[in-house]
Write a protein of this length. Structure first.
Length: 223
């Protein structure tokens, strides 16, 4: 039997996961502002994204809450971590870190990154002055300038066994973000642990390059 015949009828398990998820609007609370133009929102269980670790054969060690606002996207990510935190840069994937991948136009046919794609990283501790940033990689001229770290809001609350990251990405960092014109976002995430664990959403790093294949990201319906 040839290699091609071996592959007939085979598909990675994540293709059986429904890749359309509701993302709810949140009410901005000015009392939670950390800087002009940014709002960190409190997110309830209504905003909890489904855990799909079992689909990928992964152990889920984080809860991810997400909501949208006309001014940007809000996240609260609760990470369980028994060991001391380890942060690195530029090799942040080798330490404790959060990666968020967003396509503001949810272009399902996209074969590579385009100007509406964004890849952000967040660290639970500062490393040589860095804690957050955009690191989107483009393979064509259809690109945009990377946003300034100063525009990203992140607050880290440490617990005895883990940490909670409250994140706000303003619309100024999201090229093409306009909830009034588009009701969908392309989205996935990768949460890394210095202990070697990784938690994915919608697709895994084993199946494809998350940062360069936005057509495989989940579709979030803004409701």
């Amino acid at each position: 039997m040839s290699d091609d015949e071996d592959l007939i009828g085979f598909a990675p398990v994540d293709f059986f996961f429904s890749k359309e998820v509701d993302c709810y609007q949140v009410v901005e609370d000015k009392k939670l502002q950390t800087s002009p133009g940014s709002t960190l929102a409190k997110l309830t269980n209504k905003y909890l994204l489904p855990s799909v670790g079992e689909v990928f054969g992964e152990e889920s060690f984080a809860k991810v809450f997400m909501g949208w606002q006309p001014s940007g996207l809000s996240f609260q990510i609760q990470v369980k971590q028994d060991q001391a935190l380890v942060v690195l840069y530029p090799d942040f994937r080798q330490g404790d870190s959060i990666e968020l991948f967003i396509d503001t136009r949810a272009i399902a046919s996209a074969k590579t990154t385009h100007r509406f794609c964004h890849h952000f990283y967040f660290l639970p501790e500062r490393f040589e002055g860095r804690q957050a940033g955009e690191c989107t990689r483009f393979r064509s001229e259809d690109s945009h300038p990377l946003c300034s770290e100063d525009l990203l809001s992140v607050d880290i609350q440490k617990q005895p066994k883990g940490y909670t990251a409250t994140i706000f990405i303003p619309k100024e960092c999201l090229v093409g973000f306009d909830p009034q014109k588009g009701s969908y976002l392309g989205f996935t995430y990768r949460i890394n642990s210095s202990q070697g664990q990784v938690q994915h959403f919608a697709m895994t790093s084993d199946d494809a390059r998350l940062d360069t294949m936005p057509g495989l990201w989940a579709h979030l319906h803004l409701v």
